[in-house]
Design a protein around this ligand. Structure first.
Ligand SMILES: [Zn+2]
Ligand SMILES: [Zn+2]
Ligand SMILES: [Zn+2]
Length: 483
């Protein structure tokens, strides 16, 4: 039977259905409309039952299969849940449980005892389909099975040595989250992986040895100490990476000039600085270290000159604040992060790792936020955005994020959103990050004396005083504010 042009259209979205989802009394449904229908749950307006509502009644409200006369039964043949079937009339969760149990089989038809916790955790996540999608990755499947059969031991080195760092990292985090591996510092592991790669790429053995010494003694030692105290921040590893990269570039430049480090002259440094990007000035750390340890002759390395200090004007800052309040097109959590930046001048590296318990409500309903030790009030209407965000945090539906303490839970289990990700998203929405922070700091020091601003917001007093000076505010009455 030939279909007319109109009959080929999807009955719901009226587009030509490239992929057919289902043929129901109302007509042909495209794949997308079918999926949307088969994932709609609620109270049926026809019969009052609480169930799957794939149909549509005459007023366009979703209804159950019986009220819509849809000739299909969505009940899972295994667990009887009424769901969109994933495969062979079984729901996604039942398919996930079985598939994962197969992968975690130790080879004798049983799952090793400790792995049952991991199995339960992954299967309990609200969206089993995303877990099934993740399990399509052959590397994930191979690693799970290797650990289950004992082909690979369940220790950190198994993940360190894995050829695919991203896959290994996600799995490692799941094992940590479920108490099967001791916690590690992700920032430190990523830095060490990065360093190994950088060192492997340096062909000259002397240059490689020098960079390795610098990285180990100047940076890694300090980072390991910070990590042990639970204080290693992503910003620190980023700065270390930059220091090491420019040091490598400087050594390469010298060797291109046919010089050993010991033959480096002041003119070489000056010329290199003058002919490259301003980031070269960060080589100061390396040069000073190398001079002190007699790898380079005594040389002078100037501080960065003509430091530019980008600042938005206050109108622009207010416009961005207004937009963060009103622009519903942008995801709520990015708007909340933008507000913390624009109201309190918090750097995104700090915003990203804020915890839910830093925000509270007083008895008279005022929203308070703690950055350092003193709670500061969140003025209306910004408090509403933060409260809305608190009840709608993103990424709460992955296996291990149910009880996430983070204000901005990340995609990875147990982690907060990566500061780099927040930076990218806020930049994309047109916010000049450093300019916005500096503008906010200046506005803040005009309303609060620098020491108070510094204490409340966790800044050093020097920074706030500098901004007060630039804002034309010298705080001559400063002393009277001191306790
Ligand atoms: Zn459609
Ligand atoms: Zn009904
Ligand atoms: Zn089921």
């Amino acid at each position: 039977m030939m279909l007319t042009a109109d009959e080929k259209l999807c009955a719901r979205c009226r587009t030509p259905a490239a992929k057919l989802g289902a043929i129901w009394p109302e007509g042909r449904l495209c794949r997308l409309c079918y999926q949307r229908a088969a994932r709609t749950h609620g109270t049926c307006p026809g019969c009052g039952a609480e169930r799957l509502l794939p149909g549509l009644n005459s007023t366009g409200s979703p209804t159950c299969v019986d009220c819509a006369g849809i000739p299909a039964d969505f009940h899972c043949t295994q667990c009887s849940t009424e769901e969109e079937p994933y495969r062979a009339r079984r729901c996604a969760r039942c398919c996930l449980q079985d598939h994962l149990a197969e992968l975690l089989d130790d080879g004798t038809g049983t799952m090793p005892g400790p792995l049952t916790v991991l199995h339960a955790g992954i299967c309990a996540q609200p969206n089993p389909r995303s877990a099934l999608t993740w399990l399509r990755n052959p590397e994930v499947r191979a690693l799970l099975t290797a650990i289950a059969t004992g082909a690979k031991p369940l220790v950190h080195t198994t993940f360190d040595d894995h050829p695919s760092p991203r896959t290994a990292m996600h799995l490692r985090e799941l094992f940590i989250e479920h108490g099967l591996l001791a916690p590690i510092d992700r920032n430190l592991v990523l830095f060490e992986t990065w360093l190994d790669r950088v060192l492997a790429d340096i062909t000259d053995p002397d240059q490689r040895a020098l960079i390795q010494q610098f990285a180990t003694w100047h940076h890694l030692r300090r980072m390991r100490r910070l990590s042990a105290a639970g204080q290693l921040q992503w910003g620190t590893t980023r700065a270390a990476k930059q220091d090491i990269s420019v040091a490598r570039d400087l050594l390469r430049h010298l060797s291109d000039q046919g010089k050993l480090p010991s033959q480096c002259r002041q003119a070489d440094i000056d010329h290199w600085l003058a002919t490259g990007p301003t980031t070269r000035s960060t080589a100061r750390t390396f040069v000073r270290w190398a001079v002190k340890n007699q790898h380079l002759p005594a040389l002078d390395f100037p501080y960065r000159t003509a430091e530019t200090r980008p600042v938005l004007n206050q109108d622009e800052r207010l416009r961005l604040l207004r937009e963060s309040l009103e622009n519903q097109d942008r995801p709520l959590h990015y708007r909340a992060a933008a507000i913390l930046l624009l109201l309190y001048a918090q750097p995104l590296t700090r915003i990203a790792c804020m915890r839910v318990d830093q925000i509270s409500r007083t008895e008279n309903g005022e929203t308070m936020i703690v950055f350092d030790d003193q709670p500061v009030p969140v003025p209306h209407p910004f408090n509403e955005i933060l409260q809305q965000h608190l009840t709608n945090r993103p990424n709460m539906n992955t296996a291990a994020n149910h009880a996430s303490p983070w204000l901005f839970p990340g995609y990875r289990p147990g982690q907060h959103l990566h500061p780099g990700h927040l930076m990218k998203k806020l930049r994309e929405s047109g916010i000049h990050l450093l300019g916005a922070r500096n503008a906010t700091l200046r506005a803040l020091v005009l309303t609060m004396p620098p020491p108070v601003a510094a204490q409340a917001l966790g800044y050093s007093t020097q920074i706030t005083e500098q901004h007060a000076k630039h804002a034309g505010n010298t705080w001559t009455t400063y002393a009277s504010y001191q306790r």
